[in-house]
Design a protein around this ligand. Structure first.
Ligand code: AMP
Length: 399
């Protein structure tokens, strides 16, 4: 059977078609800058050359139409009939407290999703548009929603509540939700395979470190805490996001600077101009930061140190709440590729039984692998994440 995975962002659509019998990705691509005069379309079919094009794509409906046309292309397509697609899996960033697991799309589910618009206004309307476009282009083919927040729904209330007046939880559903759940779920399953033990016998800390980063504490297969919160802004220092700050700073900025009275301007400051970019004044991209550190740039060094220090603090805290850890996993762009970040994070953690082998850590590879030293009590692993495959698996399971 084939499963199509669709990821609709505010101005982009990413897709991947899987042959699920072998769990092989057979076609994939992305359309960016939707709604702008020149959209950018890149697509690829397995064993074929990548195609790139600048075109006009007005909205998500047109983008999905393009994707389906491309998949059906008589010369170069990967399917001959839409009915070869058994299920479509949609990545949904925020399920609020309404969705605790993947669900089949029904009219009722669509209505519930619409009620989640206000909680992630940049993402959810785009997801919704994608669902409607898929229904139009692939009538009768089931769609499944897979939520970034779902894996974290096992957190106990004392971990997900904020100590605000209780009515804000009741009325506005303000609580910690956590994100990157599909990735944390995938790598925890892979870690269990690598460690040769069932997931429900393991305690893990998974560090998804990319442009956005989150750390998760997983006790016997169930999330007990995660660093991101009500939105993906909370937690460790990120590329352009500030992570944890004293919330009184917000009130201070609002009172002092008139331009921040508008929520969107303040949101921009915290989400797009902070983190590595805000501290270094150079970039939110870790590669640029590491290069600048090498050239002796002190603010880049400070940004690097702040980021790795904030990750280390979460690892220490989660080690404590888990009362011991079997495995520490690094994943996503930085986690998979940046040896200096991993080395800095794991430095001086031998008291927790976390020790990495510097040589193994510095070797480049696309494979999942151990980087812990022989004597390390905690096994340290690099596991390339695969959120698309996880969504395809979930969709197949649910439909
Ligand atoms: P992601 O959001 O998972 O795509 O990760 C993006 C982040 O990974 C960016 O900060 C990149 O600079 C970082 N990254 C990707 N490759 C490398 C690399 N080889 N070394 C250091 N950072 C990297």
């Amino acid at each position: 059977m084939k499963a199509l995975v669709v990821n609709c962002g505010s101005s982009s659509v990413k897709y991947a078609l899987f042959e699920m019998d072998e769990e092989q990705k057979i076609a994939w691509g992305l359309i960016e800058r939707i709604g702008l005069p020149e959209a950018y379309y890149k697509r690829q079919i397995i064993n074929a050359e990548e195609k790139k094009e600048v075109i006009k794509v007005k909205n998500h409906t047109e983008a999905i139409e393009l994707v389906i046309e491309e998949l059906l292309d008589r010369k170069a397509g990967s399917i001959t009939d839409i009915n070869e697609i058994a299920v479509v899996g949609h990545r949904i960033v925020h399920g609020g407290d309404k969705f605790s697991k993947s669900v089949l799309v029904t009219e009722e589910v669509k209505k519930d999703l619409k009620n989640c618009f206000s909680i992630a206004p940049l993402h959810t309307p785009a997801h919704y548009a994608g669902i409607v476009a898929v229904e139009k282009m692939l009538p009768g083919i089931p769609s499944v929603l897979v939520f970034d927040t779902a894996f974290h729904q096992t957190m106990p209330d004392y971990a997900y509540m904020y100590a605000l007046p209780y009515e804000f939880y009741e009325k506005d559903h303000i609580r910690r939700y956590g994100f990157h759940g599909t990735s944390h779920n995938y790598v925890s399953q892979r870690a269990a395979k690598m460690l040769g033990k069932p997931l429900n016998k393991l305690n893990l800390i998974t560090a998804h470190l990319g442009n956005g980063s989150s750390i998760t504490a997983i006790e016997k297969g169930r999330v007990v805490d995660t660093s991101m919160g009500f939105t993906p802004l909370q937690g460790v220092v990120m590329g352009t996001r500030c992570g944890d700050i004293d919330s009184a700073i917000i009130a201070y900025l609002l009172d002092k600077y008139s331009q921040y009275k508008k929520g969107s301007v303040l949101n921009d400051l915290l989400n797009k101009k902070s983190g590595l970019a805000g501290i270094s004044g150079i970039s939110g991209d870790m590669r640029a930061i590491i290069q600048a550190v090498g050239e002796g740039n002190k603010r880049a060094e400070l940004a690097f140190n702040m980021l790795t220090y904030s990750i280390k603090k979460y690892i220490g805290a989660y080690y404590g709440i888990l009362n011991g850890v079997d495995g520490l996993v690094f994943t996503a762009g930085i986690g998979e590729n940046s040896a200096p970040v991993r080395e800095s994070v794991c430095k001086n953690l031998s008291v927790l039984g976390i020790e990495i082998d510097i040589k193994k850590n510095s070797e480049c590879s696309d494979e999942e692998r151990f980087i812990s030293a022989k004597k390390s009590k905690v096994k340290v692993m690099i596991i390339p994440t695969n959120e698309e495959l996880m969504i395809a698996r979930e969709s197949k399971r649910v439909c």
